[in-house]
Design a protein. Sequence first.
Length: 346
Amino acid sequence: MAKKARVVRGLAVVAVLGAWFYGAGYLEAKRIAEPMPSAKLEAEAMPAAARTALLDDVRTLSSPEFEGRKTGSPGNKKAQALIEQRFAALGLQPFGGSFRQPFSFTHHSVKGLLTPGKHYETAYPDATNIVGWQRGIEKPDRYLVISAHYDHLGVRDGKIYHGADDNASGVAVLLAMAAWFKAHPPKHSVIFAAFDAEEQGLQGAKAFVARLPVPKEQVALNLNMDMISHNDQNQIFVAGTYHYPWLKPLVERAAAKSTVRVTAGHDMPQALAGKVEDWTGSSDHGAFHKAGIPFLYFGVEDHADYHASTDTFDRINADFFARVAQMLTGLSVLLDGQLAVIPPAR
């Protein structure tokens, strides 16, 4: 009888947990279904030259010449050179003598452990972040870090995984923001970080945060972008406002000037959000959050071309992407204006 009672209690616990998980997921899914108020009429369009440059950057980085930009590959090194050249042309300054910040790591793959012919352990001795910065004209010792990873999956079984949305799109907007701040100098200093090896576990961001080029207490915020050009519902998510609620009003102000449906969510712990995914550690912002540096992350939900060879330039939503880029640039300006009141890193 004692054994039967334990089984009954166990089943009851499972039932309660299941009901909680389902209920929490339902409530969170309902909550994040509501976007922030946005412009009812067409917002100010991105200037034609800026839009052309934005789309050209995605087209170039996701072209066959770059072979999917896998860390350590020739295509990845071509991407490094392109971003480095653009940083120099935009007048950004390196920390030290070079925009390149090399690092090394070893990647361990559970799939490799279980798959014949695959490697469990792979060394990456020459991964490289490309980092530049623009000095603020009023408070140069307070920093906003704008980031996007430039690596992707490379070539698999003879197919190029182009990575147009993931994440040539984020790099293109990072470059567009650098161009904006060149023409409109920021109040605070802005670091532009193109990270390598995100696909291997946020390795570039981890290396950067472990060896910050400025004192940690001077880094106010990370604005990270990963997959921001491909959504058929005109919707993009922002994660981070659950952890840092004082940032939400700034996002709302930027959303109100755009026709893009900006939705806060995907940042609540799984125990509270049920089946709704928590993106707190899903991209490079995770390394900043772990270090106690506030973040805002923008990205779309997964689509059919995510981590597929079909993630090509022709599959992005060009008009949506341009609107997102315009909205994010406006947000970066708002953030620059408010860095002084953002609490310091923990």
